[in-house]
Design a protein around this ligand. Structure first.
Ligand code: ATP
Ligand code: MG
Length: 562
């Protein structure tokens, strides 16, 4: 199998090199061939089949982009199908969130469907198999079945119930359906080959008994189809042509094909596997994410640290950035782990051009401009960004200001061009300011800088007298808005043994001073806090008194284009 993987198509790296590479992948090659051979009469029909047992994550986004994107590329169609064949408590909350996430990512399904609506057809298919002598009712317990199944090295052993007559099987299966047996007492199994080298083909279970209430069919059924039996039938009913799934189903493909052949579908769909997305510093299993939510380890499914689409949305990620990410990682046949830095790179790239800039001081240090008139306030016209179409805004400037504590060094290191005694810098959008005097408290901690300004150097005037090397941001003390900032780290980190653990330092809270226009930011509006990163209002955490902003991503890129 390793050999088979190595032969397949392009790698993720190859696909990140330039937009051109995006136009092709091994799935497109398969479709192109099918179209050339007129295998499905020119149709391309895909589906995205989530189980509604949790919120979608970024791994699902890859599958969504692939399934909907493939349909779009070929002028085909893609269904949103809820794969709800498990009678576990599936929640309509999950169904609704999945619909919202798919739409938010920018896709529209052809049909919205529930696999549980096909239970009658699936039952008929099972009866058909029994009549053909291709399925039988087996009384072995789960443990016995496991023991009989054999191993990779040893063939399995045939069940003593394998040669029941068609009549007996039909009768028992009907009685299974009618609720005459307990959970686990009997299963319906395919009659294939107990010595097959592929363990999935050793008489797999097709139907099991489960006396539980289903969210859609209530108590109509007490037998439920297994995934490997249900999925191909769901695809066939919908006329799917290319059933795209993740790599762990590759060994199940012979069974997928067997089910379709033996239940006699014309022009059956084909299963194509691709590598699932894994990302560093996070975990993408709905079960694990649900546990974090249930145990209160995070604020909910949409916690901005979660790799869920709802979490990324609340964090401030854009659908464009996520789609771009899914394009860049590409579609391959070999599993790999993608660096979280690439996802951050994508949102940075998307926000770079379109986000206006604002000035916010995270760790304020007082500045007094000695020669600036006491009661004067100038409203400076400050550009929102390099692109003139972003416009400008008015920012107040007075005698008392705040700057970032890290923008001052009493004894500057080599190459430090910000504030230090005697040095002059540009205050963004205002004046050249020179640091004249440093005020400290009794502990020796710097509490204030006394500076002077040069009125000739006002921004927007054509002052050419001299140059300064540093430009720093500032906020006027009188008009400053107090805001709270939630800066998130990764959800997971590795412990000293390299095992993933929940990152205990995944949230840092700052109380920052912001230019007043920050309070006018609308929900979903993103902006750059000059020199810091990209931010968005968190509507869930914000109150009338306290505005909370989420750091979407910082400005520095840990990810380098190789
Ligand atoms: P999880 O283990 O997180 O619950 P799942 O595969 O059980 O994931 P489903 O709801 O069954 O979740 O998945 C719906 C579709 O999304 C499937 O086709 C599945 O293959 C795909 N998918 C799930 N996780 C990933 C991933 N990490 N990368 C790519 N596709 C994924
Ligand atoms: Mg699943």
């Amino acid at each position: 199998m390793a050999e088979k993987h190595s032969k397949t198509q392009e790698t993720a790296e190859e696909r990140t090199q330039g937009q051109e590479a995006v136009s092709s992948n091994f799935i497109y090659n398969i479709i192109d061939k099918d179209l050339a051979q007129d295998r499905y009469g020119g149709r391309v029909y895909t589906r995205f089949p989530p189980e509604p047992n949790g919120y979608l994550h970024i791994g699902h986004a890859k599958s969504i982009c692939l399934n909907f994107g493939t349909a779009l590329k070929y002028g085909g169609k893609c269904n949103l199908r809820f794969d709800d064949t498990n009678p576990v408590k599936e929640d309509t909350e999950y169904v609704e969130s999945i619909k919202e996430d798919v739409r938010w990512l920018g896709f529209q399904w052809d049909k919205l469907l529930f696999a549980s609506d096909y239970f009658d057809t699936m039952y008929e298919c099972a009866v058909k198999l029994i009549k053909k002598g291709k399925a039988y009712v087996c009384d072995l317990s789960a443990e016995e079945m496991k023991a009989y199944r054999g191993t990779l090295k040893e063939p399995g052993v045939e069940s003593p119930y394998r040669n029941r007559s068609v009549e007996e099987n039909l009768d028992l299966f009907e009685r299974m359906k009618n609720g005459e047996f307990q959970d686990g007492e009997k299963v319906l199994r395919a009659k294939i080959d107990m010595s097959s080298p592929n363990i999935n083909m050793r008489d797999p279970a097709l139907y099991r008994i489960s006396h539980s209430t289903h969210h859609n069919t209530a108590d109509k059924w007490c037998i439920y189809p297994m995934y490997d039996f249900a999925h191909p039938i769901e695809d066939a009913i919908e006329g799917i042509t290319h059933s795209i799934c993740t790599l762990e189903f590759e060994d199940h493909r012979p069974l997928y094909d067997w089910v379709l052949k033996e239940t006699e579908w014309e022009n059956p769909p084909q299963q194509i596997e691709f590598a699932r997305l894994n990302l560093t510093d996070t975990l993408m299993s709905k079960r694990y994410l649900k546990a974090l939510v249930d145990e209160g380890k995070v604020m909910g499914w949409d916690d901005p640290r979660m790799p869920t689409i709802a979490g990324l949305r609340r964090r401030g990620y854009t659908p464009e950035a996520i789609r771009d990410f899914c394009e860049r990682i590409g579609v391959a046949k070999a599993n790999s782990v993608v660096d979280m830095g690439l996802l951050e790179h994508c949102v940075r790239e998307d926000l770079k051009e379109k986000s206006p800039s604002k000035m916010v001081v995270m760790d304020p240090l007082k500045v007094t401009i000695r020669n600036y008139p006491q009661d004067q306030c100038e409203w400076m016209e400050v550009e929102n960004g390099k692109d003139p179409s972003l416009g400008s805004r008015q920012v107040p400037f007075t005698k008392h200001l705040y700057v970032e504590r890290e923008d001052f060094m009493e004894e500057p290191v080599k190459g430090y061009f910000r504030l230090f005694p005697g040095n002059e810098v540009r205050f963004k959008g205002a004046y050249f300011i020179r640091c004249e005097e440093v005020i400290k408290d009794e502990k020796g901690q710097v509490t204030e800088l006394v500076c002077t300004y040069d009125p000739q150097t006002k921004s927007g005037t054509s002052f050419t007298g001299r140059k300064v090397k540093g430009t720093i941001h500032w906020v006027d003390a009188e008009h400053a808005a107090d805001i709270t900032i939630y800066a998130y780290g990764t959800l997971m980190k590795n412990d000293e043994n390299g095992n993933p653990i929940l990152n205990p330092d995944s949230l840092q809270i700052y109380h920052a001073k912001a230019e007043p226009s920050v309070l006018e930011m609308k929900p979903q509006e993103r902006c750059q806090f000059f020199r810091q990163g990209y931010y968005m209002l968190d509507e869930v955490l914000s109150t009338q008194e306290e505005k909370v902003f989420t750091r979407i991503v910082d400005l520095k890129s840990s990810w380098k284009k190789s």
